[in-house]
Design a protein around this ligand. Structure first.
Ligand code: SF4
Length: 101
């Protein structure tokens, strides 16, 4: 399995020049949906600072803006695809107290 930490760390600290592709009036211009924010959330899950629960999963499935940003990443990173794979690999979120989870 590929270690995604280096990519997520790089992207989390990047000033996000890719974001300009979204435009100023774009509804995808939410800080929590940028590749940097998604990377930070994924890192927190990997490092155990955030649980893999419904809230974490809900935050990480919002990759529409990050997919748009992928074509504008000057470093050639497709963070959205890596986040999608991360979510798929993690599977269903665990919700304590909910039967079947
Ligand atoms: S996708 Fe590329 S340009 Fe955008 S924040 Fe991440 S590393 Fe930076």
């Amino acid at each position: 399995m590929t270690d995604t930490r280096p990519l997520f760390r790089f992207c989390a600290c990047c000033p996000a020049p890719c974001r300009s592709v979204l435009g100023t009036a774009d509804e995808l211009q939410h800080e929590s949906r940028t590749p940097s924010s998604l990377s930070l959330i994924a890192l927190a899950v990997i490092d155990g600072q955030l649980p893999w629960d419904g809230a974490s999963r809900a935050a990480l499935v919002r990759t529409e803006a990050a997919h748009a940003c992928a074509r504008a990443c000057p470093y050639g990173h497709d963070v959205a695809a890596t986040i999608d794979a991360f979510v798929a690999q993690r599977g269903a979120a665990h919700e304590p107290g909910v039967p079947g989870n």
